[in-house]
Structure formats: structure tokens, C-alpha cells
Design a protein around this ligand. Structure first.
Ligand SMILES: [Zn+2]
Length: 532
């Protein structure tokens, strides 16, 4: 077991911070993982553990925080020395860690003073402020009894000198940020899926999962979603992608209006997708709030159906704070706990494996220190060879925009000569030959009107009996890092058999084509069949 604390700097662009290979998140230290089993009292043990955590954090962060106001000179990657003021801005952690850090009790909001019975409401309550609680914590140096009593009245844990008490320009309650992984995917979405399963029944939901056609970037659950036992955040994310399709137009037991269930589910899903945007405008942020309002306006349907009695769920309440946190600290991918879970592999697991399993912490820190030195040295060599310039010319992330897509196809067709009879029978395109004649006539006689084209096409003779067929088209676009990536794919493939004689079912994807007249024909042909 290890309890690592990481540190990163907000100035670093997130596309650099996201890549572990850039080493912009450093390990500050390991917090003790002891459970203090020797202490007989459960409450005393819990209090001692919380105090131990804050004391360790004070040790770790003290030297950094003391120069927040005065500043200190640091060299940046380009080799220039600058005066920097490290200020504690954001704490990223899951809910128990947020409660531990802010000294609030379990089941309470670490950001505002919402009473436990009001967590399910769409209502903002007065925010907690560091200034208002700091007086209570200063009492620890004077009268211990009064300190405990004041903390109890303020609904705060009596921690002696919380680590953030002396930080300049910081407010620990503001520093608590949304957490997509634990609050949304493994929290609210997990609840929503279980409510929908309760309403419509596990077998109905699973049957719909099984009949889902394959599609690009859609993870299929061929055995259903209700039989899975330990569902990861990624699996919940993929389930959310198909959830609305699973429940739409399903009848609700008791003859109640199913549209309210769909509206409530859709509102939460929209909120989830918007909350994960990599870039926001004031418009998208107001939409984020609108979706939350839409959920609260329709949530009563779960009570009417007897699925829930109330919505006193801290994770559901936390959604109220998303928009304000995004305004303050940027989009949620800046402070997602998924990133630190990835760091555990490098900075805890790999480090542990490098030891002989005896007195491991000392060996782990030595191993990591050596690795850091090597990384710094190679960065320094890079800098001397002026490689850093290439990093500086990277493109910045702009506002969300429609990215130009291009089509990617194989050079040679999947089938070189398919007779018209097979296009009709195996590919299910009975009107293909007529449409091809219309197309050929339209291309050869662009001056003719619709009526004349129709007449001419009726008498047209195609001087071939077979066509080339392409079974797959990929759509590519540039991502934020300006790399080409496949954003969608279309398959047209009749039933076939593999080498062992097993049947591979046919796949014909649905394609919606925008356009009219001749352009429609043209798009249709290039989509399904390569030009001869
Ligand atoms: Zn709150």
C-alpha cells in the first residue's frame, strides 16, 4: 500500500500535462498508510489519522507555501530564470479525500453549507470560506475544550493546525474541484443506470444491449450491462453512450408517462458530456446549468415510480458546483482523478517493483530520485540541442469547432467484380442499376433538365455486368494535437464465412446523406461503391 501525493503547476498546458512521458506531475512524498490498529477507540483512531494526514501534508507543503508571497527564482524549461510565486490553487482527490482535506464530515458538501436533508435540491447554499473557519482552528493553541466545542458547532472536524491554515492567498474550500471519474461516472451515472434497470427490468435492458448494431467508437455489451459486477469508469462512460438508446420508447410500468424518465436521463447524460468538454464558452456553461435544471424538473418521476424516496446524494449535489469550478480553474480534464490513477503505475507500482520488498519506502524514493535526475539530464541535453523550440511551436487548443473530415479508402476494392445480381441479392440494393444509369446520364449530360434526364436514363445501356465494391470507408479528421485520427467508419459487407466455415453476419451501416439532386447520387455512390 502507498499513499502518494503529486504536485503539478497550473501554468503548464493540459495537453502536455496529460502525457506522463513529459513528467510534469512530480511525486512530493508518500503519506503513511497506517490504520493505527493499536488504538482501541474507533473515534479516537479516526481523529488521530486525520491529524496525522494534516501534519504530514504540513511537512510536505510547508517549504513551498512559505515562498508563495515572497516568491523565488526558478528556471523554466527554456533555460530562463524567472521569479515565481507558488500558490496552492487546487486539490484533486476523491470524495473521502476531499472531506479529509477540508475537515468536513462524511455526507456533507466540502464546498458549501448545505444541510444533509437538502442535498437533493437544485439550490445553492452559502459557500464555506477559509476566512470564516480559520478562527476556530486558531483556538487549538489556546483552550482545547473551547476548540473542540467551536468545531462541533461549526460542523467541522477538530484538526490541530490543518495544513492549509497558513497558506497565502489560498482557500481550501474553493480549491476542491469536480471529479468526473468518481462523482459522475462511478457516482451519479452508476445510480442512474441502476434506477433505469429497476424501472424497465434487467432482462429488457439486456435484450436491447444484445440487439445493438455495431458502430464505430461504440462499445457493445453482447451479454448485457446488468450482469457486470465490477464496472470500471471507462465501462460506465461507454454505457452512457448507448443508455438513451436502450430506454427510449420503452413502456413504463403502471402506465405512467415514460417521457419524464427519458427527459431526466437525457438531462444527466447531456450534463455529463458537456462537463467533459475540453473547451467552454459562456454559452456551453449556461447549457450545463440548463441540463441540471432539466434533471431536477423531471427527477420526481423516480419517486412516483417507487424507485427512490429522496435524492440526498452528495455526488448529485456536487454537480451544482461544476460550472463555477470550470470558470475558476478551467475545464474538468485539468483536474481529473483519472490522471493520478495513471501516475500510480509509474510512481508507486514500478518504484515498488524495483525494491527488494524490505524497507521499501527508502528504496523507492532513492530509485525515483535517480530516475528524476536522469530525466532532468536528458531534458538538459535536449535543451542544449535546441529541441525545446519544437515543443514551443505546438498549436494551442482553440474553441470547439467543426473539424473538416476527409475520406480514407483502401486503394484496391474489397471485391473486384460483383455482378448486378449480387448487388441486388447479397448487398440488398435492388435499385442500384437504375440509380447508376441515372448517375451516368447526369454526369455525361449536365445541361439536361430532370425530365429529359429521366427519359434518357430509361434507355441507357450499361456496357458492363460487374462493378467493384468497397466494404469499408473511414472518415478522418485532425485532433487537437494536429494528428490525423479516425472519427467514424462505415461498413457495407454481405454475410460471409471465415476459414473454419463459420458464418460472419452481414453488416450494413445506416448512413444519412446531406445534399440534393445530383450531389446526392454522387455521395451515395462514393460512399457505398468505389468509382469505376
Ligand atoms: Zn455544495
Amino acid at each position: 500500500m502507498a499513499y502518494p501525493i503529486y504536485l503539478t503547476i497550473g501554468n503548464i498546458p493540459k495537453d502536455i500535462r496529460r502525457k506522463p512521458s513529459h513528467h510534469v506531475q512530480i511525486l512530493l512524498g508518500y503519506i503513511p498508510t497506517t490504520k493505527l490498529d493499536g488504538m482501541p477507540s474507533k473515534a479516537g483512531r479516526r481523529r488521530a489519522l486525520a491529524n496525522l494526514f494534516h501534519s504530514c501534508m504540513r511537512n510536505v507543503l510547508g517549504p513551498i507555501s512559505s515562498v508563495g508571497e515572497t516568491g523565488l527564482t526558478m528556471m523554466s524549461r527554456d533555460g530562463v530564470w524567472r521569479r515565481c510565486h507558488p500558490i496552492f490553487a487546487v486539490f484533486v482527490g476523491d470524495y473521502p479525500e476531499q472531506a479529509l482535506v477540508t475537515c468536513t464530515f462524511n455526507g456533507r458538501c466540502p464546498k458549501c453549507l448545505v444541510p444533509p436533508g437538502q442535498l437533493g435540491k437544485y439550490e445553492l447554499f452559502p459557500l464555506r470560506t477559509q476566512r470564516s473557519v480559520i478562527g476556530s482552528y486558531l483556538l487549538a493553541d489556546q483552550d482545547m475544550r473551547q476548540f473542540h466545542q467551536t468545531c462541533r458547532e461549526a460542523q467541522l472536524k477538530p484538526i490541530v493546525h490543518p495544513f492549509w491554515a497558513t497558506f497565502p492567498l489560498a482557500d481550501i474550500f474553493i480549491s476542491i474541484t469536480p471529479d468526473i471519474l468518481h462523482q459522475m461516472l462511478q457516482g451519479v451515472m452508476k445510480h442512474l443506470i441502476s434506477w433505469l434497470v429497476d424501472i424497465f427490468g434487467a432482462s429488457t435492458i439486456d435484450t436491447r444491449c444484445k440487439s445493438m448494431p455495431p458502430n464505430h467508437k461504440v462499445l457493445l455489451f453482447p451479454k448485457g450491462i446488468t450482469i457486470l459486477s465490477r464496472v470500471t469508469g471507462l465501462e460506465h462512460k461507454k454505457m452512457c453512450g448507448i443508455l438513451l438508446g436502450l430506454i427510449v420508447d420503452l413502456p413504463v410500468p403502471g402506465g405512467l408517462d415514460s417521457s419524464r424518465v427519458v427527459k431526466a436521463a437525457r438531462a444527466l447524460l447531456d450534463f455529463l458530456f458537456l462537463a467533459q468538454f475540453q473547451c467552454h464558452t459562456s454559452d456551453t456553461l449556461s447549457q450545463l446549468d440548463n441540463h441540471l435544471v432539466a434533471f431536477h424538473n423531471n427527477k420526481a418521476v423516480f419517486v412516483d415510480l417507487g424507485i427512490r424516496q429522496n435524492f440526498h446524494i452528495p455526488k448529485l449535489h456536487s454537480l451544482l458546483h461544476y460550472a463555477s469550478s470550470i470558470r475558476l480553474f478551467g475545464t474538468t480534464d485539468n483536474y481529473n482523478t483519472e490522471q493520478s490513477e495513471r501516475l500510480h503505475i509509474d510512481l508507486a507500482k514500478k518504484a515498488f517493483r524495483a525494491t527488494n520488498r524490505k524497507d521499501e519506502y527508502a528504496q523507492m524514493t532513492t530509485w525515483l530520485e535517480r530516475r528524476e535526475k536522469l530525466q532532468r539530464h536528458s531534458a538538459s541535453i535536449d535543451r542544449r540541442q535546441n529541441h525545446w523550440q519544437s515543443i514551443q511551436t505546438r498549436t494551442l487548443i482553440g474553441p470547439p469547432c467543426v473539424r473538416a473530415q476527409s475520406i480514407k479508402m483502401a486503394q484496391s476494392p474489397s471485391r473486384k467484380a460483383v455482378p448486378f445480381a449480387d448487388i441486388f441479392g447479397k448487398y440488398g440494393a435492388p435499385l442500384f442499376q437504375d440509380a447508376l444509369a441515372d448517375f451516368v446520364v447526369a454526369v455525361k449530360n449536365p445541361e439536361l433538365g430532370a425530365r429529359a434526364l429521366c427519359d434518357r436514363a430509361r434507355n441507357a445501356l450499361l456496357p458492363f455486368r460487374t462493378v467493384q465494391v468497397y466494404h469499408n470507408i473511414k472518415f478522418t479528421a485532425r485532433n487537437d494535437a494536429q494528428e490525423m485520427e479516425i472519427v467514424d467508419a462505415v461498413y457495407v459487407r454481405p454475410e460471409q464465412r471465415d476459414r473454419r466455415g463459420r458464418i460472419i453476419p452481414a453488416r450494413f451501416d445506416t448512413v444519412l446523406i446531406q445534399g440534393s439532386g445530383q450531389s446526392k447520387f454522387f455521395t451515395l455512390f462514393t460512399l457505398r461503391f468505389g468509382p469505376k
